[in-house]
Ligand binder design. Structure first.
Ligand SMILES: Nc1ncnc2c1ncn2[C@@H]1O[C@H](COP(=O)(O)OP(=O)(O)O)[C@@H](O)[C@H]1O
Ligand SMILES: O=C(O)C1=C[C@@H](OP(=O)(O)O)[C@@H](O)[C@H](O)C1
Ligand SMILES: [Mg+2]
Length: 183
């Protein structure tokens, strides 16, 4: 499979809680790829947690850092890249994402909510009604996520390993077959 991909990067997109970080790491391992999580890079470079960055500098500053990181990582090959859920909201990010194969982990709101209920690391969910926040974010972002090359529906009870295997099995269906020139 990794030879079929010819080093093309995999970009995981989807809502927070859909499993991009968890599944991305497994995909990298299976493909013999490096793994990058754009949020982790932002935290390392900025020396602050995502919560701190949102609180001290605001979402706009975070989004600029996110675009900067994406623009840097897309110059490398053989990477599985877990993005943050909001990366799709900036038009310029799509020109970077399209350097590789874009995989949307598409999970329903109920599942996202259950996974993130006790998690306080997502500043956008520090809301009076986090479930409603997830629902409205998904509604806004769905048309953007659906621009992915591959849509993987996340089912309740499926392990990260099973999801990674499903992504790998689906990749050949979206790889462009090379055109042979006979003359
Ligand atoms: N297939 C899965 N089954 C159960 N829990 C999962 C699964 N994938 C991810 N999780 C858990 O859900 C939470 C969010 O996963 P994460 O990989 O951080 O998602 P994202 O990066 O898309 O926000 C984490 O606590 C993670 O351990
Ligand atoms: O959906 C979003 O706007 C965000 C998702 C988070 O990443 P995950 O999708 O990995 O949780 C992180 O980038 C930040 O909290 C904002
Ligand atoms: Mg993540």
């Amino acid at each position: 499979m990794s030879s079929l991909l010819q080093g093309v990067n995999l970009y995981l997109i989807g809502m927070m809680g859909s499993g991009k970080t968890t599944v991305g790491r497994l995909l990298a391992k299976h493909l013999g790829y490096g793994f990058v999580d754009t949020d982790d890079v932002i935290v390392q470079v900025g020396g602050k947690s995502i919560n701190q960055l949102f609180a001290e500098s605001g979402e706009t500053a975070f989004r600029q850092l996110e675009s900067d990181v994406l623009s840097q990582v897309c110059s490398f090959t053989k990477l599985a890249i877990a993005t943050g859920g909001g990366i799709v909201t900036r038009q310029e990010n799509w020109s970077y994402l399209h350097h590789g194969l874009i995989v949307w982990l598409d999970a329903p709101v109920d599942l996202l909510y259950r996974r993130l209920q006790a998690d306080d690391t997502r500043p956008l969910l520090q809301d009076v009604d986090p479930r409603e926040k997830l629902r409205s974010l998904l509604e806004q972002r769905q048309p953007l996520y659906s621009q992915a090359d591959l849509q993987i529906t996340i089912n309740e009870g499926e392990t990260p390993e099973q999801i990674a295997e499903r992504v790998i099995a689906a990749i050949p269906s979206v790889l462009k077959t090379p055109v042979s020139h006979n003359n």
